[in-house]
Design a protein. Sequence first.
Length: 216
Amino acid sequence: MTSIGNILLPFVLIIPAIVFHEVAHGYAALALGDPTARDRGRLSLNPLKHIDPFGTVLLPLLLIAMFGFGFGYAKPVPVDPNRFTGDVRKGMFITGLAGPAANLAMAAVGGIVVRVALALGSQQSWLIDGAYLFAFVNLILLFFNLIPLPPLDGSRVLPLFLSDRAMRTYAKWERYGFIILLAVLWIAPSVFHVDPIDAYFGVTARPLLALLTGVS
């Protein structure tokens, strides 16, 4: 692939990964009694409904161009937990996991395509490379979003396991979630030469990628 192709292909694959991720949040909330996402037209697979100019377009392109990899985000699907028919914490837990679960399903599809293509002796390298990268992109989004820092999905999942006292403490730190995330992503590797995110992916996304695709 050309250098332009190396940049554009991951970017193109990020779009469906993000769109299905957000739509899954919306459908989970709807199933729990909150129609906010539906009423605002966010249960659509039209990428234009979900694209954030910076998070979906500019940020991934910049990161891929600079580091060879990148991540992005879409406009968050609106959720009103006060409209859930059941327990709010359980509702947020289910809604929070729905997006990563969608990424896991898409990664599995990519893995199946890679395995079938290799088993059939396919000479279509673009198909194998594309399916492998699609699985990888989805696994990165899955595990990155499970980090328990706002605005990531992990911040919706973690509260289910916290006591009321611990939840109050966690709530005090929520406002600093994005700052902490930036510190972990950029300051720790550049200043302290420690990359906790890469280590995290090394024990989560990469082993699961090898399991799904059969490629070590």
